[in-house]
Ligand binder design. Structure first.
Ligand code: NAD
Length: 476
């Protein structure tokens, strides 16, 4: 079995008491990696290392061009190790290799390139004042950022947090999800190879409550918490952050609505709607898990959509031909299975799909589910979609907004006015029109309601990872 350690102060290390846990490959359902299991002691060492690297080390004092050069070097190394990184996430959580190696790895590299360049090119306001003074703004690093990540896009989401934090001169302690530890250790090894000084990027493995996660969020030595995960965990982390007045960014769950109007290009709508719910076996915060189809095209859409769902290739996620892998863990499989098994008792019917072998759930299409049912209200986080007909624009806007989440929404229409009108009425951090999951790192990303607090991306990440300072000078 491969071993993945913590990375603290420039070295890959074991836990002080030698504790470990294993990561299970959800396709073989066998352990494939042994991982150092950290707790408060390892968090203490990591925060101390990050603090030293911030207070005394070269990283925050380095010019932005030099920091950017090192982060671009890290991006190069990520791409050079695409096979290793992609396979690590695939073995940890069953994501098809074409998605981990083919999508997440390049996006991880791009995160470092983008935020390095963004920090370097950022301008700051200068304010001429009538009083014979002028004021200017400095964006200064904040110190030690704690990053806590989920298991569904391990490398991509971790780098989404780490890249802006580092680009702005902070140091980082990352706690990856316990189901997906491997790519984080590989990333930290590559960061050292790229020349990032010791202590700048630290990784501590472990669980959440009563373990490394909780110890990190409650540690008095951290200056920011950036968290992505479940809404319930977000509440706990928000309370921990409030305990020591640390700003927190929360990217939480979702229950994305997806409206297909009768005037949509149906080929396009079917193709994106399939991706919206079945990419990564539906284990996507942005999943289009509530699909609404205008009545005149409902039957035709359902026929085409279920045919495309049934044509998906399930199998070994390590193969290029596989489009849908198993669910990420036994616990998660059992949760999703619970939803599939209760469709009839909740008033719906399964049009296609259902349970597969091992920890597989086939692409599952449900109709007839009441809007008040669990399947329409709770985040299933699997390849399971409810499809509901609608008649009017007002009706579908009300249905889509009838959720405690507010992360994203999709709509398909060829009517330009409708596209703008409906986009404005939806309560969502991102609205995709005639597409899905297309991202520009300058755009705000985040959600309303139970989907989170704050935004990431471009200037939004800068606001979070810096302390803007006003300097006021007398001219005469
Ligand atoms: P989770 O909340 O169970 O765990 C996320 C991380 O938090 C893990 O590293 C875990 O160890 C840690 N953690 C758990 N309890 C903790 C505690 N008390 N203190 C500190 N750390 C703790 O989430 P998950 O199951 O790993 O991820 C799936 C969830 O993430 C879904 O709800 C999904 O929608 C959400 N998500 C949101 C986004 C987004 O951008 N909004 C992106 C991806 C995933």
């Amino acid at each position: 079995m491969e071993f993945f350690g913590h990375v603290i102060d420039g070295a890959e290390v074991k836990s002080s008491g030698g504790e470990t846990f294993t990561s299970v490959d959800p396709y073989t359902r066998e352990p494939w990696a042994e991982v150092a299991l950290g707790g408060a002691a390892e968090v203490e060492r990591a925060v101390a290392a990050a603090r030293r690297a911030f207070d005394e080390g070269p990283w925050p004092r380095m010019g932005r061009a030099e920091r950017g050069r090192l982060l671009h070097r890290l991006a190069d190394l990520i791409l050079e190790h695409a096979d290793e990184l992609g396979l690590a996430d695939t073995r940890d959580m069953g994501k098809p290799i074409t998605q981990s190696r083919g999508n997440d790895v390049p996006r991880a590299a791009d995160n470092f390139r983008f935020f390095a360049d963004h920090a370097r090119l950022t301008t700051a306001e200068t304010l001429p004042m009538d009083s014979g003074h002028h004021a200017y703004t400095r964006y200064e690093p904040v110190g030690v950022a704690a990053a806590i990540a989920p298991w569904n896009f391990p490398l991509m989401l971790e780098t989404w947090k780490i890249a802006p934090a580092l680009a702005w001169g902070n140091t980082v302690v990352l706690k990856p999800a316990e189901d997906t530890p491997a790519s984080a250790t590989i990333l930290a090894r590559l960061a050292l190879e790229a020349g990032l000084p010791p202590g700048v990027l630290n990784v501590v493995h472990g669980y959440g409550p009563d373990s490394a996660g909780q110890a990190l969020t409650e540690h008095p030595g951290i200056d920011r918490i950036t968290f992505t995960g479940e809404s319930a965990t977000g509440r706990v982390i928000s309370a921990a952050a409030a305990g020591h007045l640390v700003p927190v960014s929360l990217e939480l769950g979702g229950k994305g609505g997806n409206a297909v109007f009768a005037d949509a290009d149906l080929d396009n709508a079917v193709s994106w709607s399939i991706k919206a719910i079945f990419t990564n076996a539906g284990q996507v915060c942005l999943a289009g898990s509530r699909l609404y189809v205008q009545r005149p095209v409902f039957d035709e859409f359902i026929a085409r959509f279920t045919a495309a769902a049934e044509a998906m290739c399930l199998g070994d996620p390590k193969l290029d031909s596989t489009q849908l892998g198993p669910l990420a863990s036994k616990t998660h499989y059992r949760k999703v299975r619970g939803y599939v098994e209760t469709v009839a008792e909740e008033g719906g019917s399964v049009r296609s799909g259902g349970l597969g072998d091992g920890w597989f759930v086939r692409p599952t299409v449900i109709t007839g589910m009441p809007a008040t049912g669990r399947h329409q209200r709770e985040e299933i986080f699997g390849p399971v979609v409810t499809v509901t007909p609608f008649d009017t624009e007002d009706e579908v806007v009300a249905l889509m907004n009838d959720t405690r989440y507010g992360l994203n929404a999709m709509l398909f229409t060829e009517n330009l006015s409708r596209a703008h009108r409906v986009s404005a009425r939806l309560r969502a951090g991102t609205v995709w029109v005639n597409c899905f999951f297309v991202r520009d790192l300058r755009a705000p990303f985040g959600g309303a309601g139970d989907s989170g607090v704050g935004r990431e991306g471009g200037t939004f990440s800068r606001e979070f990872f810096t302390e803007p300072k006003a300097v006021v000078m007398q001219i005469d």
